[in-house]
Design a protein around this ligand. Structure first.
Ligand SMILES: [Zn+2]
Length: 58
């Protein structure tokens, strides 16, 4: 696995005030298919959290 991005194709660099996000120079841009899968997964997780929150709020 890539040491820079750990397979995410995205590298984060954080200094005291800013967080920079850029494409991994080793792996190149994330394939669109993989990006969509990740976004779908993220969306599912957000929905789960929202449902859980609604339950607790009721
Ligand atoms: Zn990489």
């Amino acid at each position: 696995m890539c040491d820079l991005c750990y397979g995410t194709h995205v590298v984060y660099e954080i200094d005291s005030f800013f967080e920079y996000v850029y494409t991994c120079p080793n792996c190149g841009p994330e394939p669109e298919e993989k990006f969509r899968t990740r976004m779908d997964d993220l969306q599912r997780r957000i929905e789960l959290v929202e449902k859980d929150f609604e339950k607790k709020g009721a």
